[in-house]
Design a protein around this ligand. Structure first.
Ligand code: SAM
Ligand code: SF4
Length: 351
């Protein structure tokens, strides 16, 4: 894949702006301004809560090309999406991914307000400069533990040193880093205060997240489900936590920690309902649009994009997505031994 060419950029504009440039508003009058776009289902780690050791990845032909990903992104920007998060799988294992960032970065200030990514940081050391040059200002790095042996066990790969190098390189390149950690009972629960203190000491925000029932992973997630209400109570025994009204329009609520001087986000998809203000859509690497992370509703954008009349078919597909976006999700994790709530893995839909 060579750099996304000027003619492809022009084509993307032509294909996707022929239709209605009206903003995307769903049946519950929620305006969609945020797209999470998965660029690959592949990953160089195998986090045990995310995928099985022998994960089967998709044949490459099923995955959207970088040009198609670009075209789709432009289509969404034209329809009012102002924030674009590139995710996966691991986005930085996709070959020539920086070309996509560079091409999309040209729309920052012209429809797009923020271009960002979620990464495991194993490849961040070699890409941090390129991302910063493309216009990325912030990255979310997923890191559940600072203990090398625990990291190797949890991700099934001994890659903690690489990840820490990646985080340092991002800081060096001027990128703001936010750490995301999944709180896991019996795995990292005892270490969470140290992880938070370390991150705040390095100047990084941290967000904790509860494990979600997405995709089969060879273990019962309920064994490791740790409600963040418990984590918060534990942190309050040690530190002074004050609610912070900061909002990113997302599902996290925030607290300031007096002793560390940093901010902590708490995402509680299972103990809280945050759907009323949902402004986001997710598109998989195969171009399947999921209007809700916790729902099975789906619209095939790849079929529209590869059809004879992409402009009309994409417009139809997006109207359908607006019509079927559910009012709220129905996650449950309270049934031991039950099938996962949804068969698709988080690495399919993107975090
Ligand atoms: N590979 C990248 C990474 O790990 O940052 C991006 C994709 S990953 C699927 C995005 C986020 O989803 C990560 O922060 C990961 O911890 C989280 N995640 C994966 N499976 C999850 C699950 N079952 N419950 C909660 N979070 C999950
Ligand atoms: Fe890979 Fe991210 Fe899933 Fe871990 S959470 S296996 S890094 S996609």
């Amino acid at each position: 894949m060579t750099e996304i060419s000027a003619s492809n950029r022009a084509r993307a504009r032509d294909i996707l702006t022929l239709g209605s440039p009206a903003p995307l508003v769903d049946a519950f009058q929620r305006r969609i301004t945020y797209l999470r776009l998965s660029v690959t289902d592949r990953c160089d780690l195998r986090c045990s809560y995310c995928m099985p050791e022998q994960m089967k990845f998709l044949p490459r032909r099923e995955v959207l090309t970088l040009e198609e990903l670009y075209q789709l992104s432009i289509g969404f920007i034209e329809r009012g999406v102002t924030k674009l998060r590139i995710t996966g799988g691991e986005p930085l294992v996709r070959r020539d991914i920086i070309d996509l960032f560079s091409a999309l970065g040209k729309r920052i200030g012209s429809g797009l307000e923020e271009l960002t990514l979620t990464t495991n940081a194993t490849q961040l050391a070699r890409h941090a400069e390129g991302l910063a040059k493309a216009g990325v200002k912030r990255v979310n790095v997923s890191l559940d533990t600072l203990d090398r042996a625990r990291f190797a066990q949890l991700t099934r790969r001994d890659a903690l040193p690489q990840v820490l190098e990646g985080i340092a390189a991002a800081k060096e390149a001027g990128l703001k880093v936010k750490l995301n950690a999944v709180a896991l009972k019996g795995i990292n629960e005892g270490e969470l205060p140290d992880l938070i203190a370390w991150a705040h000491g390095e100047g990084h925000d941290v967000t904790l997240i509860e494990v979600m029932p997405l995709g089969d992973v060879e273990e019962d997630r309920i064994d490791h489900y740790l409600p963040l209400t418990d984590v918060r109570a534990e942190l309050e025994r040690r530190w002074t936590l004050t609610d912070n009204s900061h909002s990113t329009g997302g599902p996290a609520c925030y607290v300031d920690i007096a002793e560390t001087g940093g901010r902590l986000g708490l995402i509680t998809p299972l103990t809280n309902n945050f759907c009323a203000g949902c402004n986001r859509l997710r598109v998989t690497a195969t171009g399947q649009l999921y209007p809700c992370l916790g729902g099975g509703e789906r619209v095939d954008l790849r079929a529209a994009l590869r059809s004879d009349d992409p402009a009309s078919n994409l417009e139809l597909a997006l109207s359908e997505a607006m019509a079927i976006k559910p009012e709220k999700h129905h996650f449950r994790i309270d049934t031991r031994g039950a099938e996962p709530h949804l068969a698709r893995h988080m690495s399919m839909t993107g975090g």
